[in-house]
Design a binder for this molecule. Structure first.
Ligand SMILES: [Zn+2]
Length: 232
């Protein structure tokens, strides 16, 4: 009973710090050393953006999100936005990027399409995020138990979905032993191929990466645990 009360108090404190940071940046957060909460500082490099997403996923896994003051975030971002990253993920309802990375409002761009593949509209969105707005990081995030991946493996034929799953097919391994490992390996390879394909089809992004201004990384979400693994 006492233990539970303590936990609640800590969570309340975390909420307070979050509010302080969102409204007044991080210069008056003098007490933060007392609790292991790593809120996002001003993110200046791709590496800091990766670090923040890793920390955000840890907060999500600990059931201790700090980006929950949505009203404060609306106020703080009403004039402009400066998201540190753009995340390309699947439409799967179990993977809302803002929630699983504890990023709230105004911190990340999110592009979603079944199977997290790229196309000219996704590339245009990424170019806008990085070149125009200044996001530092592009994340391509796949996941296990993905319906689009399964559709590709099972050669689904349905309206526009046919051409969507066709784009995933080159990632299917020919030597997978069981269905589960086949699906996971396809999803992982699809992340890799999507990253190459982004680089090959966008001179803008390629240039920003060559200059060291932007980084592109792969990530994989486990729908059974909530954990994100990064591939840098
Ligand atoms: Zn999916």
């Amino acid at each position: 009973m006492i233990k539970r009360k303590k936990t609640v108090n800590i969570l309340l404190l975390i909420g307070t710090f979050s509010t302080t940071l969102i409204v007044g940046q991080n210069n008056n957060n003098t007490q933060s050393g007392r609790i292991e909460v790593k809120e996002q500082k001003t993110i200046r490099t791709p590496e800091e953006a990766v670090e923040e997403l890793k920390n955000g996923n840890l907060r999500f896994l600990a059931n201790a999100p700090i980006n929950t003051n949505f009203k404060g975030q609306i106020e703080a971002t009403k004039g402009n936005q400066a998201p540190h990253s753009i995340i390309l993920s699947c439409i799967d309802s179990r993977i809302p990027p803002e929630i699983i990375f504890d990023q709230g409002i105004g911190n990340v761009f999110v592009a979603r399409v079944a199977g997290n593949i790229q196309d000219p509209n996704i590339l245009g969105s990424m170019e806008f995020a990085t070149k125009v707005i200044g996001s530092k990081l592009i994340v391509v995030m796949g996941h296990n138990r993905c319906g689009a991946i399964r559709g590709a493996i099972e050669n689904v034929q349905l309206g526009n979905l046919t051409q969507l799953v066709n784009q995933i097919k080159p990632s299917i391994p020919i030597d997978a032993v069981d269905a589960d490992s086949k699906s996971t390996r396809t999803a992982l390879q699809n992340v890799k191929l999507t990253i190459s394909s982004i680089m090959n089809n966008s001179q803008v992004i390629k240039g920003l990466i060559a200059e060291g201004k932007v980084k592109i990384v792969g990530a994989f979400y486990d729908v059974t645990s909530g954990k994100v693994t990064f591939y840098e």
